[in-house]
Design a protein around this ligand. Structure first.
Ligand code: IMP
Ligand code: MG
Length: 189
């Protein structure tokens, strides 16, 4: 894997801007859920992890967290094409809880749409979506995004949870890949 500096076209959202927006989102979520009994943050592995951690640390309401992993059916190419398969399920029962899905990015929307459908059958009290990034131009599925960090252009991005062939999820900023210097093989859901 090349060093990230060699494949970075530009920093799209720097660390300060990300953290400031996450603080705003955390404030909004804390206000909206102040009277709720059982807030459960559900993080979709692996991309949602840095966002979950930073958001959670700034919430002023008591909450639980749990994790699930999904993979998209089909080609394994960059595009996800509809249904997803749960590869790691939640440990907790979501029935009666206020579930907030925490995602790194909504692209086609197919991943979130499927996850919402799966979780809805388990009868949570409420079910909402908090997504750091929204590649709105690429939307195929109609999905609600109740809390949204940033709308971004249709570019392949990496860092802050988003991977470049599984690397660089650790970067504290979101960067754009220079596709002339690096062609991502795939982007798992
Ligand atoms: P969707 O089902 O098309 O909304 O895809 C969402 C998933 O695709 C995300 O959770 C990411 O794992 C991945 N993804 C979409 N766009 C990018 C990107 O620009 N960089 C890295 N991963 C991405
Ligand atoms: Mg993801």
């Amino acid at each position: 894997m090349p060093s990230y500096e060699d494949v970075l076209a530009e920093v799209l959202i720097d660390e300060g801007t990300l953290q400031a927006r996450i603080a705003e989102l955390a404030k909004e979520v804390s206000e909206d859920y102040r009277d709720n009994e059982a807030l459960l943050l559900v993080c979709i592995l692996r991309g949602g992890v840095p966002f979950l951690v930073d958001l959670s640390r700034r919430l002023t309401v008591p909450h639980m967290m749990d994790f699930m992993a999904v993979s998209s059916y089909g080609s394994g190419a960059r595009e996800s094409d509809g249904e997803v398969r749960v590869t790691l399920d939640l440990q907790m029962n979501v029935r009666g809880k206020d579930v907030l899905l925490v995602e790194d990015i909504v692209d086609s929307g197919n991943t979130i749409a499927s996850v919402l459908e799966i979780l809805q059958t388990r009868q949570p009290a409420t079910l909402k979506v908090c997504a750091l990034l929204d590649k709105a131009e690429r939307r195929e599925a109609v999905v609600p995004i109740h809390y949204r960090g940033f709308v971004i252009p249709n570019k392949f991005v990496f860092g802050y949870g988003l991977d470049l062939d599984e690397y660089y999820r650790n970067l504290p900023f979101v960067g754009v890949v220079d596709l002339e210097k690096y062609q991502p093989r795939r982007s798992p859901a």
